[in-house]
Design a protein around this ligand. Structure first.
Ligand code: A2P
Ligand code: 11C
Length: 348
């Protein structure tokens, strides 16, 4: 009794956390199937202590699967997610392949769980930097409305996958040893030039658009509007990769629509908000930190301050594990909600 679950990209930075989140979940699971490229076929991973052999992803991998979690890159999702849905599997896709498609729900359960009711077999999981920001802002928006957001991110290299984590380690080691190191992955493995990330923040995440914004910045702008179902919301972003392995940090400036908010009121809202842990006590040097967020499912929020110049405007700082709430946990949480709402099926 329970679901047959496939994890696509099971050997990757997000895929391995998806497995961990499934192990911790109360979702009824009858079987798991681990899928990756031909390179990893035959590799043995665990599920709750038992061996699971990784299989090469092919369309028929999804026969008899009820739920497929995808995190093997946009190209893989574009090609195989429709094959999974066709075979009756509900897909939760962690890539950017379908996020902006009309009719595809883009879901952060704390914000827009209701969007799940309209799914047609595929639900998109937003970008990691978007997710933690909307988790922090939604409870405030519900009370005061939200007019404008300006965010600067400090994003961990794990957002670019396991090879990027390895590059940060090897490059840092090489530099400390006084050795040469040739970057090959960051800022973007597919772009023309590669730069040093060790001791050197890079203001490029994903490729650049014609208007000068990076695609990561584009995602934060457009995904936030879609998740909050407010195309008039003003959002802009500057996304920066920093030499941190896991957990994204973000400095967020926001303007509320209604009068009457103050720091104490915002803190008290966030204290009980779902998925949020308030860490905001500057006198005692309490504020969110990446090293403390790693491995946790929550979004940590602190440094809430009133803007000195502009009415109804505030700053906050939020940190969350980009591989968990930013990816694997949000995907498994969506699956848990689909189950709870009796929506774990592809509609006719
Ligand atoms: P593999 O380990 O076989 O390369 P990361 O984000 O850490 O780079 O991981 C990417 C994940 O996506 C890995 O599990 C990787 O599998 C998987 N993957 C990459 N390309 C393909 C593909 N063409 N088909 C199936 N899985 C893929
Ligand atoms: C990063 N946010 O930190 C990216 C990773 O759209 O799912 C996730 C990319 C995405 O590099």
């Amino acid at each position: 009794d329970g679901y047959n679950v496939a994890v696509v990209g099971a050997t990757g930075a997000v895929g391995t956390r998806m497995i961990q989140m499934l192990e911790e979940s109360k979702l009824p699971i009858a079987s798991v199937k681990y899928l990756a490229s031909k390179r990893s076929a035959g590799k043995v991973l665990k599920f709750k202590g038992a061996d699971v052999v990784v299989e090469e992803l092919v369309p028929d991998s999804f026969n008899n699967i009820n739920l497929a979690l995808f995190s093997a890159g946009g190209g893989v999702s574009k090609k195989f997610a429709p094959e999974a849905v066709k075979r009756g599997a509900v897909v939760v896709d962690n890539t950017s392949a379908f996020r902006m498609e009309e009719g595809v729900p883009l879901v952060v359960p704390e914000v827009n769980e209701d969007a799940l009711y309209k799914h047609k077999g595929l639900i998109a999981n937003p970008n990691c930097s978007t997710i933690q920001m909307v988790v922090a802002l939604e409870p405030l928006r519900e009370v005061y409305g939200l007019k404008k957001v300006i965010v600067t991110t400090m994003q961990a290299v794990s957002g670019a996958g396991n090879r990027a984590i390895q590059e940060l380690h090897d490059e840092t080691q090489a530099i400390l040893n006084g050795e040469e190191y040739e970057p090959q992955v960051l800022p973007v493995s597919g772009d023309k030039k590669h730069y040093q990330i060790a001791f050197n923040p890079l203001a490029q995440i994903d490729v650049f658009e014609d208007d000068g914004y990076s695609h990561e910045e584009w995602k934060m702008i457009h995904e936030t509007k879609k998740i909050m179902a407010d195309q008039d919301l003003q959002v802009t972003a500057t996304c920066v990769r920093v030499p941190v392995a896991v957990a994204h940090s973000e400095a967020v400036w926001f303007e509320l629509e209604k009068d009457g908010a103050d720091v104490a009121k915002l803190q008290s809202i966030l204290k009980t908000a779902p998925g949020v842990v308030l860490q905001d006590d500057p006198k005692n040097q309490i504020y969110p930190q990446a090293v403390n967020a790693e491995g946790k499912k929550d979004t940590f929020v602190g440094r809430i301050r009133a803007d000195k110049e502009q009415a109804n405007s505030f700053h906050l700082y939020c940190v969350s594990d980009n591989l968990l709430k930013g990816a694997a946990w949000n995907s498994v949480q969506i699956a848990e909600r689909l189950h709870a709402l009796n929506l774990m099926r592809v509609p006719d």
